[in-house]
Design a protein around this ligand. Structure first.
Ligand SMILES: O=P(O)(O)O[C@H]1O[C@H](CO)[C@@H](O)[C@H]1O
Ligand SMILES: O=c1cc[nH]c(=O)[nH]1
Length: 242
C-alpha cells in the first residue's frame, strides 16, 4: 500500500486511465474492462485493474484539482512503477469552435497554479503531452468508424488547468481563450509536469461537459457515465505501437 492507494505491489498495471471522478473510474472499469477488480477504496477514490483486448490496464480516480491529482500520480509513478497515465476528464469549452461533448486532446497545459511556480522558482515551464500518445489518440479519434465518430468534434490544442472551478478572475480565462486556449479543466498541467519529472508518459483527453460561451451543460450522471468515446480513444492510444 502507498499512503493513499490501497493496492499491493503488482496489482496496478503499467497503463492507468485517470478520471477526476472516482465514480467515472468505476463506470469505466465496469463498462470497458474484462475481469475488473477493485484494488483500492481508500477515501472513496476507487482504483480498478482489468484487461482491455488482452492488455492489463488500471483505472484510478484522481479527485479534483492539481494537488489531488499530484498525490495519486506521484504514488503511481514512485511506488507502483506506472509508465503511462492518460487523464480522461471533463472540461469547459472556451470557444464557439467547440461544441458540447466534443473531445479535446490537450497538447499542452497552461495554468494559474502555484505548483510549478514553486517547483521552477518562478520560471515558466511548458507542460506538454507525450507525442506518441497524442498521435495515437488523434489517429484513433479521426479513423473512419473510430470512437471519434461518436462525438461532434475532436480538437488538439491547449487546455487551461485552473485551480478555482469558481474563478475569482474570469477575465483571465477569457485572456487564455484570446490566446488560443480551447478549454478549461483542473489537472492536466500537474500530470504533464510529473510525467516529465519521472520520465513517464502522459496525456489528457477531455470531453466538453460545460460550454462557457453558450451556457450549455451536462448533468452529473452524464459526466459520470456517458463520456465513453474518450475512454476508447485513450485505450487505443495506450496500446497502439508508437
Ligand atoms: O470530470 P473531471 O475529470 O473531474 O474533470 C473536471 O471536472 C472537475 C470539476 O467539475 C475537475 O476535476 C475538472 O478538471
Ligand atoms: O474545470 C472545469 C471542468 C468542467 N467544466 C468547467 O467549466 N470547468
Amino acid at each position: 500500500m502507498s499512503t493513499h492507494i490501497g493496492a499491493q505491489p503488482g496489482e496496478i498495471a503499467p497503463v492507468v486511465l485517470m478520471p477526476g471522478d472516482p465514480l467515472r473510474a468505476k463506470w469505466i472499469a465496469e463498462t470497458f474492462l474484462e475481469d475488473a477488480k477493485c484494488y483500492s477504496e481508500v477515501r472513496g477514490m476507487f482504483g480498478y485493474t482489468g484487461t482491455w483486448r488482452g492488455h492489463r490496464v488500471s483505472v484510478q480516480g484522481s479527485g479534483m484539482g492539481q494537488p489531488s491529482l499530484a498525490i495519486y500520480a506521484n504514488e503511481l509513478f514512485r511506488e507502483y512503477d506506472v509508465q503511462t497515465i492518460i487523464r480522461v476528464g471533463s472540461c469547459g469549452a472556451l470557444t464557439e469552435k467547440l461544441a458540447i461533448r466534443d473531445i479535446v486532446i490537450a497538447s499542452g497545459a497552461c495554468t494559474d497554479s502555484s505548483m510549478n511556480r514553486i517547483r521552477f522558482e518562478g520560471l515558466d515551464y511548458a507542460p506538454v503531452a507525450d507525442f506518441g500518445l497524442l498521435r495515437g489518440a488523434y489517429d484513433a479519434a479521426t479513423r473512419p468508424s473510430g470512437p471519434g465518430d461518436e462525438v461532434p468534434g475532436v480538437h488538439v490544442g491547449l487546455i487551461f488547468s485552473n485551480d478555482s472551478f469558481y474563478s475569482p478572475r474570469p477575465e483571465l480565462i477569457t485572456r487564455m481563450a484570446e490566446h488560443g486556449v480551447l478549454a478549461v479543466e483542473m489537472e492536466a498541467s500537474a500530470l504533464y509536469t510529473l510525467a516529465a519529472k519521472f520520465d513517464r508518459k502522459a496525456l489528457a483527453i477531455c470531453t466538453v461537459s460545460d460550454h462557457i460561451v453558450t451556457g450549455e451543460e451536462t448533468t452529473a450522471q452524464e459526466r459520470e457515465r456517458t463520456f465513453g468515446a474518450m475512454v476508447e480513444i485513450a485505450l487505443e492510444a495506450a496500446f497502439t505501437e508508437q
